[in-house]
Design a protein around this ligand. Structure first.
Ligand SMILES: *[C@@H]1O[C@H](CO)[C@@H](O)[C@H](O)[C@H]1NC(C)=O
Ligand SMILES: *[C@@H]1O[C@H](CO)[C@@H](O)[C@H](O)[C@H]1NC(C)=O
Ligand SMILES: *[C@@H]1O[C@H](CO)[C@@H](O)[C@H](O)[C@H]1NC(C)=O
Ligand SMILES: *[C@@H]1O[C@H](CO)[C@@H](O)[C@H](O)[C@H]1NC(C)=O
Ligand SMILES: *[C@@H]1O[C@H](CO)[C@@H](O)[C@H](O)[C@H]1NC(C)=O
Ligand SMILES: *[C@@H]1O[C@H](CO)[C@@H](O)[C@H](O)[C@H]1NC(C)=O
Ligand SMILES: *[C@@H]1O[C@H](CO)[C@@H](O)[C@H](O)[C@H]1NC(C)=O
Ligand SMILES: *[C@@H]1O[C@H](CO)[C@@H](O)[C@H](O)[C@H]1NC(C)=O
Length: 651
């Protein structure tokens, strides 16, 4: 349009000049010139050009142009302003200012100003150019895709052609979005954006604020200390600075939760929890200033189960079974497993129950068992194991050479008394005569040593019986030979006669080993306990024999008639050697036979007692003062006894 009008005007002028030239007449285009009017000072018939013009100001859609008239002496000028690319192409005005409106932002415009005067030719053009401002873009800057160290910023597009955007955290970008990386975590980052175009002044800034995320804690670096009722945890600090930590603990089964106040410390402890429950814990990283907290859920933690109180256990046993009852665990919903492991072997019997009791069955008779109770709970809880005291099954007397032998852990033991006792050589022969596989006592484990030395359980009565029966009482030994000896040729090491094996259990000496020839060990009755000492081998003492339990039926061992008769004087009055006799004083008549039974309920003990002898019964507790000199621990046992109805213990 503009160029067409321009062209039209030029053609018009050219046409007039052409006509004048054709007529060979120097005619002026301008009527004023033809009339001789002075139009300007420079060229006749033509108005002088504007020499002072400037753009006063510009906006994104307008440009204001000011100028001065060519000659102040002349009035009545008009001006023709051309702007080829403006919406208004050309206009006449008499003012010395003009505002071009409706322009396109961020665009360069060229103007020309020609002055005109009635009947004069238009002056040459004064040219000037100016750029419109860039368009503003509406704020704010929108933030999205926030991570700990980056975010995306978006903003409204500028309508202007050829603009880019200057972003405070990403530099100059062509699009209306940018990703800002490498930002600090847990920080409030202000983002500014403005449209820019080379050669144009930038548009105003728009703003946005990004809150970068907090770094959570690392669940794999959390350590726990857990008891029955508390959980303590320690974690590694979040990478984000200036944060607080909030620990939450929720009981899985009920959903009840506890939240500790936020703290800057890297550990926390939650107490008053329930034993044997699962807890879902979390550590939230928080920061003031509008930051979202970031929660790390930790693996489910289980509080421990309460074990049982070993001292609450009550035991009873027969030949093949051991029964135990105990106080229940303080943890609810638990079950129990009783395990009985035969000492010195891998044999294990177990019994599970939901009540606080159990019976191990199918056990071997006359054996010692290690007992343990495991408190268990389904759901991944660790068993809590409590060791109980070892228990014995009742002996199977048939598997030793004769019923007199006591059984313990697969071996038979016999204390041979006789009126005067025997020298060491005769004692060895005696054992081997009773059972070819027997020898003087040897001991290979501490539990066996403890069993032998348990004065309360087996009152061997070495002192009383020796003194009551000795005819040649020179040695006054109150003792019994064992197979212990000192081997001078091997540096004085102690060995067992049976197989020359070294002694690998500890020995409680009454008197430390005496010098040769007192190289042979015996057990000495120190009244409230048995102690070891050495003596010369020709001394005559009682002796202890030991033999492995027989697998086959026992054979009847030949017995020395004289010794048998002597032993009979002690033994026959009680039903068997399992019973201990009590006399008022040495040599006096028998008052009572008794044996100790391991703990159990009263009815169980009575039943057990009657199995040993039909006329036996449980000794009433009030009569126990008569036994207390042997051992106070007897009070914890049931004592089975046989006595004349009128008989009374008087010592
Ligand atoms: C401008 O003024 C001149 C002289 O008066 C006139 O010839 C011309 O047509 C005008 N142009 C417009 C666009 O009004
Ligand atoms: C143009 O500038 C004016 C004044 O500065 C402003 O109010 C207006 O919003 C701007 N328009 C655009 C599209 O940028
Ligand atoms: C622990 O709590 C969280 C959040 O409520 C939950 O997503 C998760 O599944 C819970 N874990 C368990 C094992 O209940
Ligand atoms: C031993 O006790 C168990 C459990 O009380 C019982 O089942 C078994 O019959 C008893 N055995 C004998 C030989 O009494
Ligand atoms: C002691 O020695 C015996 C026999 O050599 C062996 O069976 C036993 O395990 C040993 N005991 C210890 C505690 O070393
Ligand atoms: C033990 O050692 C003695 C002396 O060296 C020897 O006479 C005896 O045969 C040995 N006994 C055994 C069972 O090895
Ligand atoms: C041991 O006693 C037996 C039998 O009484 C006797 O024959 C033997 O000579 C005694 N030996 C010693 C060393 O006293
Ligand atoms: C019972 O008394 C009689 C007569 O006094 C006595 O011979 C017998 O040994 C006593 N029995 C027991 C078991 O005490």
């Amino acid at each position: 349009m503009r160029s067409q009008a321009d062209r039209g005007r030029s053609l018009f002028c050219f046409y007039r000049l052409f006509l004048v030239a054709a007529a060979a007449t120097l005619l002026l285009c301008d009527e004023a010139a033809a009339q001789g009017t002075s139009c300007g000072k420079l060229v006749p018939g033509q108005v002088d050009p504007v020499t002072v013009a400037a753009v006063r100001s510009s906006t994104n859609s307008s440009i204001i142009v000011d100028w001065l008239p060519p000659d102040r002496g002349i009035t009545g000028y008009f001006y023709t302003l051309s702007c080829p690319s403006c919406p208004t192409q050309q206009l006449n005005a008499s003012d010395e200012t003009y505002t071009f409106r409706g322009l396109t932002a961020a665009t360069e415009y060229s103007f020309s100003i020609q002055a005109g005067l009635r009947n004069c030719r238009l002056s040459p053009a004064f040219h000037l150019s100016r750029r419109t401002e860039l368009s503003n873009i509406p704020g704010p800057v929108h933030i999205s895709d926030v991570t700990e160290t980056s975010f995306r910023a978006r903003w409204a597009a500028s309508p202007d052609v050829g603009v880019e955007y200057e972003v405070s955290c990403a530099g100059r970008v062509p699009d209306t979005t940018a990703v800002c990386t490498g930002q600090p975590s847990g920080a409030s980052v202000t983002v500014t954006v403005r449209p820019v175009k080379t050669g144009f002044p930038p548009a105003p800034f728009i703003h946005g604020t990004a809150l970068t995320k907090l770094f959570p804690i690392d669940a794999s670096l959390v350590s726990f200390t857990i008891t029955e009722t508390s959980i303590s945890l320690t974690w590694a600090a979040s990478i984000t600075e200036g944060v607080l930590y909030r620990v939450t603990c929720r009981r899985v089964s009920t959903g009840t939760s506890t939240s500790l106040p936020p703290s800057k410390y890297l550990s926390a402890s939650i107490s008053s929890l329930q034993s044997g429950e699962a807890y879902n814990l979390s550590v939230a990283v928080t920061k003031q200033g509008g930051f979202d907290e970031v929660v790390t859920w930790l693996p489910i933690q289980l509080t421990k189960l309460f074990g049982i109180d070993a001292s609450s256990a009550q035991y009873s046993s027969n030949e093949t079974a051991i029964s135990v009852t105990w106080q229940p665990s303080s943890t609810s919903g638990v079950s129990y497993q009783l395990t009985c492991k035969r000492v010195g072997s891998g044999e294990v019997s177990t019994a599970s129950s939901s009540t606080p009791s159990g019976t191990c069955g199918s056990l071997q008779s006359g054996q010692e068992y290690e007992l343990r109770v495991a408190v268990q709970k389904a759901g991944g809880f660790d068993d809590v194991i409590t060791a109980l005291s070892n228990q014995l099954t009742n002996g199977n007397r048939g598997s030793c050479a004769t019923a007199d032998w006591l059984q313990f852990n697969g071996f038979c033991y016999l204390l041979v008394k006789g009126s005067n006792g025997r020298n060491l050589t005769a004692a060895v022969s005696d054992c081997q005569r009773r059972d070819p596989s027997a020898h003087l006592l040897w001991i290979t484990s501490q539990s066996e040593m403890n069993w032998v030395m348990d004065y309360s359980a087996r009152n061997w009565r070495l002192r009383e019986d020796y003194r009551a029966q000795c005819q040649d009482c020179r040695f006054q030994g109150d003792a019994a030979w064992t197979g212990l000896y000192r081997y001078e040729a091997d540096g004085g090491k102690f060995k067992w006669l049976r197989d020359n094996s070294s002694v690998n259990v500890s020995i409680s000496w009454l008197v430390g080993p005496s010098r040769p020839p007192m190289n042979f060990g015996l057990l000495f009755d120190a009244q409230t306990r048995l102690m070891w000492r050495t003596y010369q081998p020709e001394a005559r003492h009682f002796h202890f024999c030991k033999a492995p339990v027989r697998v086959q039926q026992p054979e009847t061992a030949g017995t020395d008639a004289a010794d048998a008769a002597q032993e009979k004087t002690v033994r026959t009055r009680c039903p068997s050697a399992a019973w201990s006799p009590i006399s008022g004083r040495p040599g006096a008549s028998l008052q009572m036979c008794y044996m100790k039974l391991y703990p159990g309920s009263f009815p169980q003990a009575r039943e057990e007692c009657r199995r040993w002898a039909p006329n036996a019964d449980i000794l009433p507790a009030r009569s126990l003062h008569g036994l207390s000199r042997f051992d106070r621990r007897i009070l914890f046992l049931h004592v089975c006894y046989i006595a004349n109805k009128t008989g009374k213990s008087d010592s």
